[in-house]
Design a protein around this ligand. Structure first.
Ligand code: ADE
Length: 236
């Protein structure tokens, strides 16, 4: 039996286009989050809008892992660019993700390290990363594969960007990815995070986010759609 692919975003803009194109849908709610199963371009999927932040993202990812027979999880959405080479609309495909706001430094742990745990950096699945890169190439979209930094903070400050870059070397920052990645790791589910840049995480980020979130979400949606189409072409 073909297993389902979980597609997740934090906000309506990030999942609206997916939900709009699904057929044969049925929905149910768990942990206050609506999960919609159905077909997207012929592929069985379950889509949810988890809400903003790491707790919402982790709760939704755990429901997906526990209650749906999912083969993989793809997160789609927008992010603030940290790498100065990235422009608004460019895509970041996660190679791995880290919680930049995990901070037990008074106990002697480096920032980003989850105390008393062997893993704090969560790698994306190489096959899904490759599929995402191929989808970007097929769409002719500028992309970078790199580290995603997640935290419960909307970053809108040039100095904070410099500090995050220096400490963690991330390509972009957002508020859910590493939480989802950790839950996927805990449940043995392959994942990848796809993010289109809505802003540059600087002083202009709030206005940029308001202006470009819809277009950037559509760009990320296009890449995820392309991934599922490429995958369908390769299925035996
Ligand atoms: N999502 C989109 N832009 C962001 C930013 N600058 N900081 C955190 N999350 C974001």
């Amino acid at each position: 039996m073909t297993k389902t692919i979980a597609l997740m975003g934090a906000m309506d803009e990030e999942v609206g286009l997916l939900l709009g194109e699904m057929t044969n849908t049925r929905s149910r709610t768990a942990a206050g989050i609506r999960f919609t199963e159905g077909l997207f371009r012929g592929c069985p999927v379950v889509v949810c809008r988890c809400g903003v932040g790491k707790v919402n993202a982790a709760a939704a990812a755990q429901v997906l892992a526990s209650e749906f027979r999912i083969e993989a999880l793809v997160f789609t959405g927008v992010a603030g660019a940290l790498d100065p080479a990235l422009e608004i609309g460019d895509i970041v495909v996660s190679s791995e993700s880290v919680q930049h706001d995990m901070d037990a430094s008074p106990l002697g742990f480096a920032r980003g390290i989850i105390p008393f745990q062997t893993e704090s950096v969560f790698p994306a699945d190489p096959d899904w990363v490759r599929l995402a890169e191929e989808s970007c190439k097929a769409a002719g979209v500028r992309f970078a594969t790199g580290r995603v930094l997640s935290g419960d903070r909307f970053v809108a400050d040039r100095e904070e960007v410099a500090k995050l870059r220096e400490e963690f070397g991330g390509a972009c920052t957002e508020m859910e990815g590493a939480a989802v990645a950790q839950v996927c790791r805990m449940n043995g589910i392959p994942h990848v995070i796809i993010r289109s840049m809505s802003d540059k995480a600087n002083g202009a980020a709030p206005e940029s986010f308001a202006e470009f979130t819809a277009a950037a979400s559509a760009r990320s949606f296009g890449i995820v759609s392309g991934m599922l189409e490429l995958r369908a072409l390769r299925q035996p």
